[in-house]
Design a protein around this ligand. Sequence first.
Ligand code: GLU
Length: 502
Amino acid sequence: MVGQRVRTRFAPSPTGYLHVGGLRTALYNYLYAKKMKGDFIIRIEDTDQSRKVEDAQKNLIKTLEWAGIIADESPEHGGNFGPYVQSERLDIYAQYCKQLLNNQHAYYCFATHDELEENRQLQIKQGLQPKYNRKWLPEEMGGNMPASIIKQKLESGAPYVIRMKVPDYVSIWFEDIIRGPIEFDSSTVDDQVLMKSDGFPTYHFASVIDDHLMEFTHIIRGEEWLSSMPKHLLLYEFFGWEAPKVAHLPLLLNPDRSKLSKRQGDVAVEDYIRKGYSAEAIINFVAMLGWNEGEGSEQEVYGMKELTEKFSLERVGKAGAVFNIEKLNWLEKQYIKNRPTEQLIAAIKPILSAELKQKTSLMPLEIITSEVYLEKVIELMRERVGLEHEFVTFSTYFYFEPESYDEEAIKKRWTVDTNTLLLEFVTILESLEEFSADNIETQLKGFVEPKGLKAAVLIHPLRILSSGVSFGPSLYHMLEVLGKETVLRRIRTGIKKLAYPV
Ligand code: GLU
């Protein structure tokens, strides 16, 4: 293995969606392979046919590509080690299984489901860890079942599985890149089923064979697979193969340190995409779930390129990594702050067009859909939005008339004089030649000060009437962007519409 080209893999089961934990596994495998100038491969593990979901494979690969994780070999793009879908490799598993049967490392088991369950319950009652009782272990392999009965059963066509024979009382030792040396006692390991009665291999069997045949040098996967290591290592030994290096990633936790679950929030990457999170922020966020650059580094924003240069398995921690959505939101804001305006304009345009199909705007369409206008909205809102689509959805007043007004704010801000003041000020605004933030501000101050009033008496009502809400960017700049015609119309219509004060 020394000097061998690094090959890593992401081996998802096509059960529907890409879990954020899966994305992290894929990302770490990708980053490690790319850092080592090696190859990253996607293999689809669909040996559990009952859990298979139509189109899941396509979606998984599409989602990974959306995130910038492009495989060098995959079912969609091929490669020299295919097929990359396990259900297309059944003859390979059958052939290796035969080899284990011949070498007495595996045996047929005809136990029925009820029998196994009965045995399990009995063991639990006796306080034992449930394990297969080896009823069908042949005499010549140290068991009690005569060869003649096994032959008879096989000839009768009775359904069977094939199990591996785990040697008794051996110590299984390996070194995990993240966790260090780990030892298992073989007596804790069950005689794992390798081939199921439907002729499909189990995960353990297929993945070991494929990991070997596809020449992976490093297996990087979630902590939940750590306990499978003794079975896998025994299989490597039975075949006389060298096992790849392994790294088991820390668990993902909810903020209350329970295991990350759907109940406490979204776990499908697709949910985050649908909500409008960007690939950059998601990748950055997921990369930090277990990895950090090292002591002394305060950096939190990392692009894919930099991650590829800096990532190392040695800097992946053992302790569970807390999935903190606030962190993702913070990262998303950082990316929006720094994203080139043209890129934001390109992202906003289709969102706005979709909105314009649903709702009519009283503003001139050629203005509000123009790049000049969108750029002004972006510059005002860049620091305020959390997701790209919020340039439209959180700031609808830049395109549409307010549908309602913040009632609470009206109650707080309106006095009996407010409407009169507003109507008077509207005529001043109307006479403005240049409808600029500076001019509006000067006029407003010049209007209220001689009356012994504060600017606030108009600032808040103006904001509410022209946007519907009581928060937002600098009022004067917002009015300038909306334009004279829109602002005058909104103030006048607003005053008429308002229920308070009567
Ligand atoms: N198919 C397994 C999964 O769904 C892969 C485990 C492994 O990487 O070995 O996570």
